[in-house]
Ligand binder design. Structure first.
Ligand code: AN7
Length: 350
């Protein structure tokens, strides 16, 4: 049997009743052990990455969007709207297309990675770029939704986090236990909230006997939860998490505190180092925001937080192909030579 998508696979754990799913067969992403990365950073632990970039639109957002669009379609909604740093808009556009609904997406002007913008356009969404960041875009969305009958599919829509919690189920189903640490990037803070819900649900029912410490990482230039105050002009190379006033701020703090975890910051420099290291040592390509979890892993190891032999899962939230511009930039592009064997051999150093 092929994987049916998160609504049908986890229907009994989702508030969907028997509603017919709008799905692209999202979920069931690989949990890949990365021993070479662990060795490279000198960490004696079992490290896994949950490669969410292999979802249908290339990010974890598909898990929540299948549930949100399933329920919007069942309620007779004809149009959805979201603000986004890119991935939510790609997922909203794709699932809305699948459901025969109109999608409107409002994004920060010039700050959306090219892959994400191309997805929203290809799936037929109307893309509006506004001056400012995610936070300004979200204010426009809220205003439009108050005045017109469009369904908001940002994470204030509770079905989004319900769908996203399924990633925690999959990790426990695969490992046969909960990890000791779960490390992930934090932007609007929905995902850390959703994972904690998922881990807690399995634990409460006795399916797992422990829950991980939730370790969230914000980019240093966009770290409102770390600083304890709204950031007016967030800046980071990790455009997906360029957010100054997270929608799920309070819930993320609760997940952090209940789990004995932490939410810390990593610099853009460390994010880009981790981004390259992961791709080069393990063949796993994740977008810059996702690499915040690997930068976080390295920071936690340096702070001696991770005990020897621990089981650690890092979520890689989006595929590296989402942001080809940054990938090419950090490598300084390629080398151009004449179509000549001798030159090729010389340049290759062979
Ligand atoms: C790759 O698309 O908020 O902390 O508007 O795309 O749950 O917000 C994206 C967020 C991490 C942060 N990694 O997750 C959006 C949006 C990637 C992301 C995050 C996002 P949250």
């Amino acid at each position: 049997m092929s994987w049916a998508g998160v609504v049908d696979q986890y229907r009994a754990r989702l508030p969907v009743g028997d509603t017919q799913a709008v799905t692209l067969h999202e979920g069931n992403t690989p949990l890949i052990e990365v021993p070479q990365l662990a060795r490279e950073i000198g960490l004696d632990a079992r490290v896994f990455v949950k490669y969410e970039g292999l979802n249908p639109t290339g990010s974890f957002k598909d898990r929540g969007m299948t549930v949100a669009i399933t329920m919007a379609a069942a309620a007779g909604s004809r149009a959805v709207i979201c603000a986004s740093t890119g991935n939510t808009s790609a997922a909203a556009a794709a699932y809305a297309a699948r459901a025969g609904m109109k999608a409107f997406v409002i994004v920060p002007e010039g700050k959306i990675a090219l892959g994400k913008l191309s997805q929203a356009l290809m799936h037929g969404a109307q893309v509006l770029e506004v001056k400012g960041g995610f936070d300004e875009a979200f204010e426009v969305v809220s205003g439009v939704a108050e005045a017109r009958p469009v369904t908001v599919v940002n994470s204030i829509n509770p079905y989004r986090l319900q769908g996203q919690k399924t990633a925690a189920f999959e990790i426990c189903d695969t490992l046969g236990r909960a990890p000791d640490f779960h490390i992930l990037p934090v932007g609007n803070a929905g995902n850390i909230t959703a994972y904690w819900m998922g881990y807690s649900e399995y634990h409460d029912e006795g399916i797992t006997s422990s829950r991980p410490r939730m370790m969230g990482f914000q980019a240093a230039g966009a770290a409102p939860i770390v600083e304890g105050r709204r950031v007016e002009k967030p800046e980071t190379v990790a455009s997906a998490i360029r957010i100054g006033n997270p929608v799920s701020w309070k819930q993320a703090e609760a997940a952090r505190d209940e789990s004995g975890g932490a939410i810390n910051a990593v610099t853009d420099e460390k994010i880009l180092d981790a981004y390259k290291l992961l791709a080069a040592t393990e063949g796993v390509f994740a977008e810059p925001a996702s690499a915040a979890s690997i930068a976080g892993l390295i920071a936690l190891h340096e702070e001696k937080v991770i005990s020897a032999g621990a089981t650690v899962v890092c979520t890689l939230t989006g595929h590296g192909l989402k942001d080809p511009t940054t990938a090419i930039d950090v490598n300084g592009g390629s080398t151009k030579i004449p179509a000549d064997v001798a030159t090729a051999i010389k340049v290759m150093g062979l």
